[in-house]
Each structure stands twice: as structure tokens, then as C-alpha cells.
Design a binder for this molecule. Sequence first.
Ligand code: SF4
Length: 244
Amino acid sequence: MTAAPQSILMTQPNGYILWEGPSPIDGSPLVAIVTMKTSNRKTGKMAQVWILKRDLNPVDAIANGSDNAICGDCPHRKQSNGVRTCYVNVGQAPRSIWLAYQRKAYPRLSESSYATVFSRVKVRWGAYGDPAMLPGVLFTAVNRCAAGHTAYTHQWRQPFARWAVGMMMASCDSVKDYEQAREMGWRTFNVLSVATKPAVQSKQCPATVEGSSAQCATCALCNGARVDVFVHAHGPSAKRVTYV
Ligand code: SF4
């Protein structure tokens, strides 16, 4: 393996550009940035991958609907009635990261440096944006060097996302979604209303069990290969489940 460039090892930036390329939805230019530190208590210590439009800040992209390039047909995007149930506040971290990208604060990370940067690091794909928008070769090359990963996609019905079966969780918002995704070969992450009985073989996300101190960084069930996981809806997700 080629040694990492000295500049990367010495400066230890907060994040790196992993990839720049076209959206499989509309061909518009996207960027994937990985940040190495997080204060997210649910995930714990994981590198976080943000998928953003290159040419438009994420707040404006939601406002004009062009966030479909990074989120596709996710039902938590802003709907025609103005309701948006995504849990990500794009005015915070996604906007700051996009602005830092515009200031050229992040160096490009070459594949020869993955082993150095990601050894002993678990990666959360899609802190914002859908990781199925990325090339499968990038996803597998990083994961090969990382200590583990979690990933979720709402694009599981789309032919362009088939490469992610077995490596990402299909995000499901109803029992119908769950049944369809299972039939298509996906492991699933299910947001259920409190009244909905989970499928017998699925496992409750340990981080949502009363009194648990589990975090994604120690759990890593959501790697697309292990089990179906469910959570009972709360906050903005509960609104969406009510609509479903
Ligand atoms: S099941 Fe584990 S990896 Fe998945 S969301 Fe819950 S804590 Fe995170």
C-alpha cells in the first residue's frame, strides 16, 4: 500500500473530499465529504459522510427542490404541502460543511490514503444525503479499510441502487415497504408507529431501548448484511409514519 501523503498525516484536517461526480438522478454535480469528528451522541465516534450538491448550498437546494439529486424520492424531503420530516437540520452541519468546501478547507483524499485515515475508524455513510448516490467502488474501497460502517438508503426501489444490497439498510416507513424491500433482497431499517408490531425476525435498535447506552459505533448492526432493525417513531419521523 502506498504511504499517505505527508501533508495529510501532518495537518490532520477535520475532513476530506472523498468524491466529486454526477448524481445518478439528474446528472447534477455532487460532492461527498467525510468529517472525522462528531458530537453526535447517537452514533458515537464515527467518521461521517455528507453528500451535498456542489453548486448549491443545502438550504437553497431544499427550497428549490433540487435536493432530489442527493435524496431522490425519500418521503422525508419537503413535500408539496411544505411539510419536511427529515431529521437533519441542514442549516447547521450540512450548511457549514458546504461553506467550508467552498472555502477549499478540505483536501482531496486519494485511495492510497484510505488505509491510513480509516484504520480503526467506523464510517457512517449519509449523515446527510443518500449514499446510494455514490459509486459502489468508492463505498467498498473505503469500507475495506474501515473498522466498520453503517448506511441507509431510501433508493432501494431504484435500479441504480442495486449495488448496495447487502451493504446498506433499506429505509422503510411502513410494513408494505418492509415486505417489498425484503423481497428485493435488502436488510431493512424500519421506522414504525408505536402501534405497529415489528416483524418477528427484526431487532429493536439497542440505542432506543430504555436505559441503554448503545451507540452505532459499538453496535454497527446497520451494515446492510446482518439483521432487520426497527425503531418506534418519535419526533419528526412520527409525523411521517402518521401520514403513511
Ligand atoms: S441498530 Fe445499532 S447501528 Fe443501527 S441505528 Fe441502532 S445503534 Fe445504530
